[in-house]
Write a protein of this length. Structure first.
Lengths: 337, 430
């Protein structure tokens, strides 16, 4: 795979891979990965993943279930080692060497059921080097801030699923990490808690924390992320900014005219199609102005004209393919139900 | 930036392996120690001991009450007195080989007393009844009792007929502490006892490690641990936590055992037919021997525990853990037998094998400590065992990272035939 970097965007151009700072985005990289490959018993789970996540960014790993998101995150965190390729977190090859700087919320939430909330948070901090007493103090503050002060001395097994999930998230953040990795953080949360989590992620980024999360719900990534990596079938066909992904697809034009036929139709782009009273086509590379001139001169009688920029979902379909998009939609509806 | 954040930023970026192991060990130790299950675990072994002790003491008491060694005398008053005197004269030399003689009250002044009828009527509590005269004594009783006491009664009658008591010459004695052969033989008993205690404790307590990681996989906590800390530090922390818990168990059981011994020493000696106070001293002396025992128990526990931990990490359910642990338990029993069979055969190929093979090494070496005085071999063996623990922990943690931390299959390796293992087609993994 040949990729190059534009604004931390990996673009295939048949040249050597280059990941790093550019003039356009001077921020250093929190995470960089090149050609990560992971096989399980000969089965290729992840094939040549490249990522470049600048510090302070909110970055999404987007893909259907089974695409290789969790395996990629586990390699980035040093839980498993890649069979091929390199990964660096804040410049370190071994993420455990900077465990203090990282917070991780796995997809499968786990806490000791008999532990009290405050102790669970303090313990998770202790795993990252925070003294227990300080962890308890910070945990108390965090619980109060999230309206869970009353649950501080309750055992995890006594909490609702949502509350337990929040406690685990607080445990992920208690040691003030500089990089927070969240694996499917929105799964299992109701709409209100999803909104709270989105706000929490934005607040972290505002404080300069790099947040990377995996999701199969495009809307979360679209609302939160400045960069995404699209994973499908263990490969990353796209990694870069959300804007650049959307720019991969030309804007769509919807045109409504009084005249149904006429010489002006020859001015429409080749991909124009009629659906009812409307014509749909991609925005020409030359822009809308020359087309407008031709339509006016041809007396098409423009009733309405709108230009819509492609969404991340369209970009995903365009990049990952229809099959991956269908699976993603199935995952989303499955998660919603 | 708050003061805490500043402190966090200034702190070193990661925990050392020792610190990481300590974080895990501290949590596990406290969690296990203050769980209700541990209380039951502590009490478990006490019940059979307690019940065994009670049953033993009851059995002893009943036995003393029911098994009579009294032989009743239904002779003339003069003959009875002479037989009693002869018994008193010979008892210092013959002790329990002589029956305890006692007059049968029903026969006193009753010339019609029929000993046979009396015994068949199951009256009295006599092993047999002696009637007749000193010249012609007659013993009435069951075949077994008559067979047992005929000889001693003959001796008593012969002593009585001698009129004057037999004069026994004084034997001058010289006591030596032990002969070399006797000392070595008796120390083998100490070695056997120590090996058995070590083995029982290891097997009994090693099982606690088994389900430890399987439970954490069930709780989904393992991924948090694996993300935060090196896996070998996690393994080591768990091992030492369980070792510490085991020592708590040993201290509790030891205290109960000591208390039990204090109140029921006689019963224990009677029931086990062993006087533990007479257990021969080990070659290295008791203080060193006990210290080595503690260290070798730790090593045996860590060696077995690291294997059990790896098994527990590979398994995803407690049932799988139990199934997978069976071969290791059998192996442990085999290495124990290997060590036990070679006690006292220092330097033979089999004994050296049991010393070198890590799992049997602690058992073989504690036996050596009982029999041999050499100490440097223990230092070498402990270094070797510690190295083996490190290798097993490292290997177990590597295996865990390689095979267990997969997603999409519940942390379990999907079985694939060898011809399927080279397919590089991208497969769903998540």
């Amino acid at each position: 795979m040949d990729m190059a970097v534009k604004d931390h965007t990996l673009v295939s151009n048949d040249s050597d891979i280059a990941i790093g700072e550019t003039d356009a985005d001077p921020r250093p990289l929190a995470i960089e990965a090149r050609g990560l490959v992971k096989r399980f018993d000969g089965t290729l789970a992840v094939s040549g993943v490249d990522l470049a996540v600048p510090e302070g960014a909110i970055y999404g790993i987007l893909g259907p279930n089974g695409a290789g998101k969790t395996t990629t995150l586990r390699m980035l965190l040093g839980i498993i080692d890649p069979d091929e390729g390199v990964r660096r977190v804040f410049g370190y090859d071994q993420p455990h060497d900077i465990g203090r700087l990282i917070g991780y919320l796995p997809e499968e939430r786990g806490l000791y059921p008999a532990m009290k909330c405050i102790e669970a948070i303090a313990f998770m901090g202790a795993l990252r080097g925070l003294p227990l007493a300080e962890g308890r103090r910070r945990g108390k503050e965090l619980l109060e801030r999230h309206d869970l002060a009353h649950a501080a001395d309750r055992q995890i097994r006594q909490l609702s699923k949502g509350m337990a999930q929040t406690v685990q998230l607080l445990g992920t953040l208690v040691h003030s990490p500089r990089l927070v990795v969240l694996d499917e953080p929105f799964s299992g949360l109701d709409a209100i808690n999803q909104g709270k989590l989105e706000r929490m992620i934005r607040a972290l980024a505002d404080d300069g924390v790099t947040v990377i999360f995996s999701t199969h719900v495009i809307h979360h990534a679209e609302r939160l992320c400045e960069g995404v990596a699209i994973i499908a079938g263990g490969k990353v066909p796209y990694a870069g900014s959300v804007e650049a992904a959307r720019d991969r697809i030309p804007a769509q034009v919807r045109l409504e005219t009084r005249a149904r036929e006429g010489g002006w139709t020859a001015a429409l782009p080749n991909d124009a199609r009629r659906e009812g009273d409307f014509f749909y086509f991609s925005l020409p590379e030359t822009g809308i102005e020359p087309l407008l001139r031709d339509l006016i001169e041809g007396e098409a009688g423009i009733l309405s004209l709108s230009i819509e920029r492609a969404g991340l979902h369209d970009a995903f379909v365009h990049i990952a393919g229809e099959a991956a998009a269908r699976q993603l939609e199935a995952d989303q509806s499955g998660a919603a139900s | 930036m708050s003061a805490f954040d500043q402190a966090a930023a200034d702190a070193k970026p990661r925990l050392s392996r020792l610190e990481a192991a300590w974080v895990i060990a501290r949590r596990d130790f406290v969690a296990v120690l203050f769980s209700r299950a541990f209380l039951f675990f502590l009490l478990g072994p006490l019940f059979p001991v307690l019940i065994g002790g009670i049953a033993g003491s009851i059995g002893k008491s009943v036995s003393q009450q029911t098994v009579s060694v009294q032989v009743g005398i239904a002779m003339s008053e003069a003959d009875s007195a002479a037989m009693m005197a002869a018994s008193d004269n010979l008892r210092p030399q013959l002790g329990s080989f002589l029956p305890r003689l006692t007059n049968v009250p029903e026969a006193h002044g009753n010339p019609d007393f029929d000993a046979r009828e009396y015994m068949e009527a199951r009256r009295g509590n006599y092993a047999a009844i002696l009637t007749g005269t000193i010249e012609q004594p007659e013993l009435v009783g069951t075949e077994r009792q008559v067979g047992r006491w005929s000889g001693p009664v003959q001796m008593l009658a012969a002593e009585t007929r001698a009129n004057a008591g037999t004069d026994f010459p004084q034997v001058t004695t010289q006591i030596v502490a032990s002969s070399a052969a006797a000392e070595r033989t008796s120390r083998v008993r100490t070695a056997q006892a120590a090996q058995m205690v070590l083995f029982l404790l290891t097997i009994l307590l090693g099982g606690m490690v088994l389900s430890n990681l399987a439970e954490e996989k069930g709780n989904k906590i393992i991924e948090i641990l694996a993300a935060a800390l090196p896996m070998d530090a996690v393994f080591m922390g768990k091992l030492f936590a369980m070792l510490a818990v085991s020592f708590v168990g040993i201290i509790v059981w030891g205290t109960f055992g000591w208390a039990f011994w204090a109140v029921a020493e006689d019963a224990i000696v009677t029931v086990t037919q062993t006087n533990y106070r007479d257990l021969p001293g080990p070659a290295v002396g008791w203080p060193v021997f006990i210290s080595l025992g503690v260290i070798y128990f730790s090593m045996a526990y860590l060696l077995l525990g690291s294997l059990f931990l790896t098994i527990g990490a590979m398994a995803s359910t407690v049932r799988e853990v139990q199934t997978m642990s069976m071969p290791v338990t059998m192996l442990q029993i085999m290495v124990f037998f290997l060590s036990a069979a070679n006690i006292g055969q220092t330097g033979t190929p089999m004994e050296l094998t049991s010393v070198i093979f890590p799992l049997s090494s602690p058992f073989a070496m504690i036996a050596r400590a009982a029999i041999e005085e050499t100490l440097w071999t223990h230092a070498a063996a402990l270094a070797w065992q510690a190295f083996a623990v490190l290798v097993l922990v490292k290997g177990g943690s590597m295996l865990f990272r390689k095979r267990v931390m997969k997603s999409g299959s519940g942390g379990r390796a999907k079985k694939r035939r060898f011809w399927q293992r080279r397919s590089d087609t991208a497969q769903p993994a998540e």
